[in-house]
Design a protein around this ligand. Structure first.
Ligand SMILES: Nc1ccn([C@@H]2O[C@H](COP(=O)(O)OP(=O)(O)OP(=O)(O)O)[C@@H](O)[C@H]2O)c(=O)n1
Length: 399
């Protein structure tokens, strides 16, 4: 079977045959050397975006102003970026000016860390002008060239260093670490959404204890919303037994750890997306419900396969109770229905039945009551029976 690496090499071959240089660069080279799975490959070339576009059938112009296009091949996408050097980052996000260059080493020299500044050609030879391979072997994160400049260009690299330390269990080289310390105040200028992406990766990583320790030693949390106002929070996180790896809802856990914050404080401070907000709020509701009633039929009904495992992890760490995801799933499967879609009536049926009622929130509330009764077994999931019950419910309500 053709791998993502084979497809990338085909793209490189097409560029080489047209007279251009082309290489695999960045995280893919690093991860291959670490024997980690590679799901995403970036390419660099001396061809301009216009020249790349002319060579391939499916090209998406995603970031032409930064020299990047996406080449689609065999149902996979590859970012292809023209060799460049960057003049400065006044918004700490996008380089102010991008100038194309023709030599690979200049392109590699603008990158953050030596382990991310290697390239691989079509034959699989590694081009490594900054000794990234040696640093990988020594398990060291080292800035390329002058560290103060690298972090000035993009202070997000400070967080990237910490999250790589957390993901890979690497140490940060002394000069690099000192430059991170000097430039640390610049992280307050970063968009909070970018900060959160790195923080998520740091906290969910395999070596998160070490990553958190390094972040705390550096003073990172003094510059981060919520954490900076609550120094005890990070102490509690460190002291907690919670294995954050894989725990996507760590904000919920932190909100429970620090009772003075409700979840909305985190949601607002980190500008969580609506989807994230929904997931976090649902989980928060379920945990509160668990706190008051324990494992009830109504509770297992609210959980689904995707959320059941993390719910159990959170219950263990917040309440110290050991629930088995499999047992909860069995209990859920034994319920009369698994989801609202399986109810024998829907909104249309109920509106037809209660023609004298004007549209309003009553319909959603009624469906919720029916759902609860069916789940608890006090009402059979049969259309006739439910309709009879609804008529009785309204008669008794109006009586
Ligand atoms: N602030 C940044 C972000 C990225 N890069 C460079 O761009 C490459 C690709 O960046 P990205 O895809 O964001 O990260 P990866 O290093 O590939 O790591 P991961 O996929 O784990 O996020 C990096 O390897 C690095 O060479 C950089 O120099 N400075």
């Amino acid at each position: 079977m053709q791998t993502i690496d084979d497809v990338a090499k085909k793209i490189i071959a097409t560029l080489n045959e047209a007279g251009f240089q082309a290489y695999i660069v960045g995280g893919a080279v690093r991860d291959k050397l670490l024997n980690k799975p590679v799901n995403d490959i970036d390419l660099a070339t001396d061809a301009t975006p216009t020249e790349v576009t002319a060579l391939f059938e499916h090209v998406i112009p995603v970031g032409i102003e930064h020299g990047t296009v996406i080449v689609r091949a065999d149902h996979l996408s590859f970012e292809v970026t023209t060799f460049r050097e960057e003049a400065g980052y006044s918004d700490f996000r996008h380089p102010d000016e991008v100038s194309y260059v023709t030599d690979l080493t200049t392109d590699l020299s603008r990158r953050d860390f030596t382990m991310n500044a290697m390239a691989e050609n079509k034959q699989g030879t590694i081009i490594d002008p900054f000794d990234g391979k040696a640093d990988l072997q020594a398990r060291l994160i080292r800035a390329v060239g002058e560290p103060l400049e690298r972090f000035q260009e993009d202070p997000l690299r400070i967080l990237r260093a910490l999250r790589f330390a957390s993901q890979l269990g690497f140490m940060i080289e002394t000069n690099t670490y000192e430059a991170m310390q000097t430039r640390l105040p610049l992280i307050t200028a970063l968009a909070i959404e970018r900060v959160r992406v790195e923080l998520d990766k740091l906290i969910q990583a395999e070596n998160c204890r070490m990553g958190l320790h390094q972040a705390e030693a550096l003073g990172l949390f003094d510059y981060l919303p919520v954490f900076k106002d609550s120094p005890s929070l990070i102490m509690k996180v460190r002291a907690s037994e919670c294995p954050f790896n894989g725990l996507t809802d760590w904000f919920v856990y932190l909100a429970y750890l620090e009772k003075q914050f409700d979840l909305s404080t985190f949601i607002k401070a980190y500008k969580l997306s609506n989807k994230d907000k929904q997931v976090m709020n649902d989980l928060d509701d379920t945990l509160m419900f668990y706190q008051s009633t324990g494992v009830s039929d109504r509770l297992v009904y609210q959980l689904d396969k995707a959320s059941i495992h993390r719910f159990c992890v959170l219950v263990f760490h917040i309440f110290g109770e050991n629930l088995s995801p499999d047992d909860l799933l069995d209990q859920k499967q034994a319920l009369p229905i698994q989801s609202r879609q399986e109810l024998a009536v829907d909104g249309h049926d109920l509106r037809r039945l209660l023609t004298d009622k004007a549209p309003g929130p009553w319909l959603r509330e009624l469906i919720e009551v029916i759902e609860q009764n069916v789940v608890s077994g006090s009402l059979p999931n049969k259309k006739r029976a439910i309709e009879e019950w609804v008529k009785w419910y309204y008669q008794s309500e109006n009586a």
